[in-house]
Write a protein that binds this ligand. Structure first.
Ligand SMILES: NC(=O)c1ccc[n+]([C@@H]2O[C@H](COP(=O)([O-])OP(=O)(O)OC[C@H]3O[C@@H](n4cnc5c(N)ncnc54)[C@H](O)[C@@H]3O)[C@@H](O)[C@H]2O)c1
Ligand SMILES: [Zn+2]
Ligand SMILES: [Zn+2]
Length: 372
C-alpha cells in the first residue's frame, strides 16, 4: 500500500525527519498489518537523528511506540485476527529462546536485530524512492500502518484507548519496570529518579506502586518537576546537589536505597553523583541510552566495591512484554496506572519535527502522533 512515513535519509546528522510517500508490502509469513491509532515520540528515535545511536544504513522509518488494530494477517499467523487491538512492543519476544523461556524476554535473541535495518527474514517491507527502508525496532510507527512480526505484537482488550496504549510499547514499561524489576524496589525505599521524560515519569509511577516512602525526582525543567509530583514524587528538585541534600536529611545520612537514571542522554559524569547518594548495598539503575562509543566514566571504585553497591543496566525496564503489557493495561483500567496525563501534546505526522523539538525543550512528558 502507498502511505506516508517519516524517514531519516542521513541518520546521525541532525537532519530531521522527512515526511514523504512510502510503500508498505503486505504481511509475509508470521507478520500482520496494523492500522495505528497513535505513535509516541520517544527519545530513542531522536538518538537515530543525532547519532547517539549510530546507524550504518539508511533510510530508516522511525518510531517504535504504537498501538492499533490488525487489518491483515500473513501466512502462519494463528494467534491474531483481523480486528484485534494490539500494542506493538519495541522489542520482540519469540517465546522459545533461552532468554524468553527463562523470563527475560526483553533480551530475546530476536532483539539483537532490531537495529539491523531489515525485517527478521533479512528483506525490506517498506520502500521509498525505489530503495528498501529499514524500520526502527522492526516496526516504524511514524507511518499510519505497520507491517509487524507477530513476535512484536501483543493483543490487548478493546476497552483500552489505543492512543494511551501506544505508550505501553516502550516508555511506560521501560520506566515502570526500571523501578519495579530493574531496581528490585522494596516497600519503604527512598528513591531518586534522575530525568523526568516519558521514561522517568513512569519510573516514578513504578516506585509509587512498590510503596517507596520517599520519591525524589530530579529534572532541570520546572514543568517536569511539577508533573513528577502529580504522578507520585514526594519531592522534586532541579539538580543532584539539591537531591543529595534531601536524601541526606531523609535517611539520616545513610543515602538513597535506589537511584534510577532516565535522563535523555547518559554521560559518564552522571554516574559518580548517583553512586555518592546511594546507600551501602543500594542499587543504581541505568536505563538511559549513552552515545554508543562513550567509554569515559569517573567513579570512586573503592567506595563502590567496599560498600557493596550494585550498578544495574536495564533494557525495556526488564519487563516481559507478553506478561507486562496486559498487566499495565489492567493497572490502567483499575486506576492504578496513569496513562491519560502522560500525553502532554498531540501532533500530526507532518509536524513530527516540531514534536521532537518540543521534546528537546522539555515541553512534553510524551508527545504523541495521532493517526485518523
Ligand atoms: N533502556 C531502554 O530499554 C530504553 C527504552 C526507552 C528509552 N530509553 C532511553 O531512556 C532515555 C530517556 O528517554 P525519554 O523518552 O524519557 O526522554 P525525554 O527526552 O522525554 O526525557 C529526558 C528528561 O531528562 C531530563 N534531563 C536531561 N539532563 C538531565 C540531568 N542532567 N539531570 C536531570 N534531568 C535531566 C530532561 O529535562 C528530560 O525531562 C533516553 O536515553 C532513551 O533513549 C531506554
Ligand atoms: Zn522508546
Ligand atoms: Zn526469544
Amino acid at each position: 500500500m502507498k502511505t506516508t512515513g517519516a524517514l531519516l535519509w542521513e541518520p546521525g546528522t541532525n537532519s530531521g525527519w522527512s515526511v514523504e510517500e512510502i510503500e508498505i508490502d503486505p504481511p509475509e509469513r508470521r507478520e500482520v498489518m496494523v492500522k495505528l491509532a497513535a505513535s509516541g515520540i520517544c527519545h530513542s528515535d531522536q538518538h537515530l537523528d543525532d547519532g547517539v545511536i549510530p546507524l550504518p544504513w539508511a533510510p530508516v522509518l522511525g518510531g517504535h511506540e504504537g498501538a492499533g488494530v490488525v487489518t491483515e494477517v500473513g501466512p502462519e499467523v494463528h494467534d491474531l485476527e483481523v480486528g484485534d487491538h494490539v500494542v506493538l512492543s519495541f522489542l520482540p519476544s519469540c517465546g522459545k529462546c533461552r532468554m524468553c523461556v527463562s523470563g527475560r524476554s526483553n533480551m530475546c535473541e530476536l532483539g539483537a536485530g532490531v537495529l539491523a535495518g531489515v525485517a527478521p527474514d533479512g528483506t525490506h517491507r517498506v520502500h521509498a524512492r525505489d530503495k528498501g527502508v529499514g524500520c526502527m525496532s522492526f516496526l516504524g510507527t511514524f507511518a499510519p500502518y505497520v507491517c509487524a512480526p507477530v513476535d512484536a505484537v501483543v493483543k490487548i482488550d478493546e476497552d483500552i484507548p489505543l492512543d494511551k496504549a501506544a505508550l505501553i510499547g516502550c516508555g511506560v514499561p521501560t520506566g515502570w519496570g526500571s523501578s519495579v524489576y530493574g531496581a528490585d524496589m522494596q516497600l519503604g525505599d527512598t528513591v531518586v529518579v534522575v530525568g523526568i521524560g516519558g521514561v522517568g515519569i513512569n519510573a516514578v509511577q513504578g516506585a509509587r506502586h512498590k510503596g517507596a516512602k520517599n520519591i525524589i525526582a530530579i529534572d532541570p525543567v520546572p514543568f517536569k518537576q511539577q508533573k513528577a509530583r502529580e504522578f507520585g514524587a514526594t519531592h522534586s528538585v532541579s539538580n543532584y546537589d539539591q537531591a543529595a541534600e534531601l536524601v541526606q536529611q531523609m535517611t539520616n545520612g545513610q543515602g538513597a536505597d535506589r537511584v534510577i537514571l532516565t535522563v535523555g542522554v547518559m554521560h559518564g559524569d552522571l554516574l559518580e553523583p548517583a553512586q555518592a547518594m546511594t546507600r551501602r548495598g543500594g542499587v543504581i539503575v541505568m536505563t538511559s541510552a549513552a552515545p554508543v562509543l562513550q567509554r569515559d566514566v569517573q567513579i570512586d571504585l573503592f567506595t563502590f566495591a567496599m560498600s557493596g553497591k550494585r550498578l544495574q543496566g536495564t533494557l525495556y525496564g526488564s519487563t516481559n512484554s507478553r506478561n507486562d503489557i496486559p498487566l499495565l493495561c489492567e493497572l490502567y483500567r483499575t486506576g492504578r496506572l496513569e496513562l491519560d496525563g502522560l500525553i502532554t501534546r498531540t501532533y500530526r505526522l507532518e509536524d513530527i519535527n516540531q514534536a521532537f523539538a518540543d521534546m528537546q525543550k522539555g515541553l512534553n512528558l510524551r508527545g504523541v502522533i495521532m493517526y485518523d
